[in-house]
Design a protein around this ligand. Sequence first.
Ligand code: ARG
Length: 586
Amino acid sequence: MTSIIDDLTGIVSGAFEDCGYDRDLGAVSVSDRLDLCQFQCNGAFSGAKQYKKAPFMIADEVVQKISKNEIFKSVEMVKPGFINITLKDEVLLKKAKEIAGDINLGIPQAEKSETIVLDYGGPNVAKPLHIGHLRSAIIGESLKRIARAMGNKVISDVHLGDWGLQIGLVIAELSERNPDWVCFSSDFDPDKDKVNPIDVDELNEIYPFASQKSKSDEAFKEKARAVTAELQSGHKGYIAVWKEIMRVSVRDLKENYKRLYVDFDLWYGESDANEYVDELIEILNKKGLMYESDGAMVVDVEEETDKAPIPPVIVKKSDNSNIYATTDLATIIQREKDFSPDRIWYVVDKRQGLHLTQVFRCARKAGIVPDSTELAHLAIGTMNGKDGKPYKTRDGGVMRLSDLINTVVEAAYEKMSDENFDTKEEKRDAAQKVAVAAVKFGDLSNHIQKDYIFDIDKFLSFEGKTGTYLIYTVTRINSILRNLGVNNDGQVLFSGIYSDIERELLLNIILSGEAFKHALSERAPSVICDNAYRLASLFSTFYHDNHIMGETDKNKQSGWISLCILVRKLLIRHLDVLGIKAVERM
Ligand code: ARG
């Protein structure tokens, strides 16, 4: 289906053209003065310069052309040259009905579906998933769902940090603790020998320990470096322990992501790019881009217009080990081969801006993706505690994601009253969903680049712009429909508009597709949050002002019920692209 904005733009553009002006002047947008009109076109102002004519004269001619069109309740020129448009109620109702019957609920579909590789999450194997990876997961998951809802093909890749020094540290420490393990003996044979199992709790404990140790123990640090380089060159024993570390760690990660309704199509890691490293180096060599500097191989990536110096990117270290930039570059080769994407988006902490700038520039110079492929760092801000500093546990440590989720689930559980639930399990299930809604909406309602303060009490409030309020609104609609014995999926039938608030609500329903459009073009899930909140608040006012249950005029009542059904569906759709699940009651 077409959007109302497209319909109106078509009509007004046609009128500009009929009057001898450029069609493109006819773009219609939502009015920024809803008290005056619903839509507006400001094209006459640009036309005035082009045609050396007063804007009001142009606007007047255009209005004359369309004033007879029966969809308008009013269309008028307002000096100095605005075109103000208000639609007849029946047009709003017809469009709302169309939306209710559309499988995409009026969400505009891409004319040409794009392939987008979305790199988000980026947890590091062998380190517990911590809240630093939370934002990336929440935002990436939402962008994936928004882009898909609009008809694009999105491939999500967790891009595990599974190949760096942290693995070397863990393996080095394991070898000191367990020198007798067969994988550490020189005659280890992966086809015959069994690898000793690793326990997830030990894995969680071992990395911080080894990392600390490497700070004071130079020899250990060297050993970890050597292990990393040997692992990357295919040392059989180390590969075997590494596989065991991966098995345990990935299982744990998957469980955590699942609790957040975050999932990935690809569970690739930096290690999967290893087989493309030779090709990368060959390309860089052939193009003469790589040279030696301080024992490392580097590529210049600075540009004349740089305001701050951008250092060369290091692609090989002196011990021949690959580093972060190498794997990111090799991964681009891999992604290009596998998917030839139109875009590769990295939902990564803004503090990694320099790294990704270097990687993207090097990729362009090397020509490993076509010029038309977008490489974008969707930089994300920091989640802070109430003290305005990066969120920490009480004792100042890095909080594990599972602990954070547990805390919020507990708080949500405490907040809801038992009587709304038949069983404890039902309440538990609702608490889990409310907690995710609270955390995710608290995050996504901020622009992705902005730092924000993590405030559980605020996020769990039933009032104000929170995920809790939104799913609470859905449960209120559920209860109305339940009490009236109406199917959630019932027919949508409108007979008229009976109050201003209904008109405003309908207008917002009709314009929801625009929110999706903006959310994707600006890569901003916050636009979806704003729209969902607007719908929910308008619905609350509508519900407060009208007594749906007791209404005796059956036409009116069925129109209002239709509004409930449609708002509910739309809210759930908004929540779905935010990665939030609604609940039946709370
Ligand atoms: N593993 C990295 C870290 O924890 C994040 C990875 C981000 N993605 C990427 N393609 N570089 O810092």
